[in-house]
Design a protein around this ligand. Structure first.
Ligand code: C2E
Ligand code: MG
Ligand code: MG
Ligand code: MG
Length: 291
């Protein structure tokens, strides 16, 4: 069937080049198989959300929880988003899947709020396609209404790729979201190409320093300079700054020294099923300590 694939690639466009090797072909087969599975995954309730705590850097108090999607595949077991989000984006499935994540995360956050007076804000990742195709304002407003979650308990994580699209339209949508009362953050900050001059207009509240910079901050002078600079930039614009991918005590200490506000990473907690996060909120009164 490699011939058929090459033929259809030829048909797809005269200027399209297609390179095939056995390895790539098996990768492609795998991708087609997974994409096929995505079609039914929502209806078959195969998606799960794990929540990773975000802590105040000084008190350790859990002030947020990022919703991270997993796919409980009937054959392959638990699949991480790195393996299927880009497929879901290319096939368009990310639009209904993303809507499900939003609804489910809001429902969970509303339940935390009933049990804990200072429950964490829930942070949900949005993909660029939800902005382009989806009626994102309606989808977010609906999720809030259905769950009863107060808007300020929801944060939306945007990537710089969203900000690269039609700038005027994007700014309008972001202001619409802001008017709903939700919080906005820029994920993986520093890895994309967002223009610094737009940052203020985008109405965002928080920058998330990408984990690659955190990883390099103690081993390279450049890494340290980048982390320090993002924190200063954020603070100069009155934004909160959170570091992602914090794995060591040394990184935590250095981030404190640089004035970072919040931290998220394996050092504090891996992403957890909701009931395990509930236990942290109850038993450790919502505070993560590192010893
Ligand atoms: P992200 O939004 O930047 O999420 C952070 C990723 O880093 C998560 O990977 C998290 O498990 C991982 N992580 C957290 N702490 C550490 C650490 O200390 N060290 C290391 N090495 N990694 C850490 P995960 O869960 O595999 O998600 C990967 C990406 O998939 C996310 O990156 C996000 O871009 C995307 N994603 C996940 N859920 C959704 C979703 O519901 N919708 C959309 N559109 N994208 C999602
Ligand atoms: Mg994220
Ligand atoms: Mg990130
Ligand atoms: Mg990422």
């Amino acid at each position: 069937h490699t011939h058929a694939a090459v033929d259809s690639a030829k048909e797809a466009g005269r200027n399209t080049y297609c390179f095939f090797s056995h390895e790539m072909n098996s990768g492609l087969t795998e991708q087609i198989r997974l994409t096929g599975g995505l079609v039914h995954a929502l209806r078959n309730q195969e998606f799960r959300i794990h929540y990773q705590p975000q802590s105040d850097i000084h008190s350790g108090k859990i002030i947020g929880a990022e919703a991270l999607l997993r796919w409980q595949h009937p054959v392959d077991g638990l699949i991480s988003p790195g393996k299927f989000i880009s497929l879901a984006e290319r096939s368009g499935h990310i639009v209904p899947i993303g809507e499900w994540v939003l609804n489910e995360a809001c429902r969970q956050a509303a339940s935390w709020l009933r049990d804990y007076p200072d429950a964490p804000v829930v942070a949900v990742n949005l993909s660029a396609l939800q902005f382009k195709r989806g009626k994102i304002l309606d989808v977010v407003a609906n999720a809030l209404t259905k769950s009863g979650l107060p808007p300020h308990q929801l944060e939306l994580e945007l990537t710089e790729s969203i900000l690269l699209q039609d700038v005027g339209a994007t700014i309008n949508i972001l202001h619409g979201l802001k008017n709903l009362g939700v919080k906005l953050s820029i994920d993986d900050f520093g890895t994309g190409y967002s223009s610094l001059s737009y940052l203020k207009q985008l109405a965002v509240d928080k920058l998330k320093i990408d984990q690659s910079f955190v990883r390099d901050m103690l081993t390279s002078a450049d890494g340290a300079a980048i982390v320090k600079t993002i924190i200063q930039l954020g603070h100069n614009l009155q934004l909160t700054v959170i570091a992602e991918g914090v794995e060591t005590k040394e990184q935590l200490a250095c981030l404190k020294k640089y004035g970072c506000d919040e931290v998220q990473g394996y050092l504090l907690s891996h992403p957890l099923p909701a009931d395990e996060l509930n236990r942290l909120l109850t038993e450790r009164s919502g505070t993560l300590t590192v010893d």
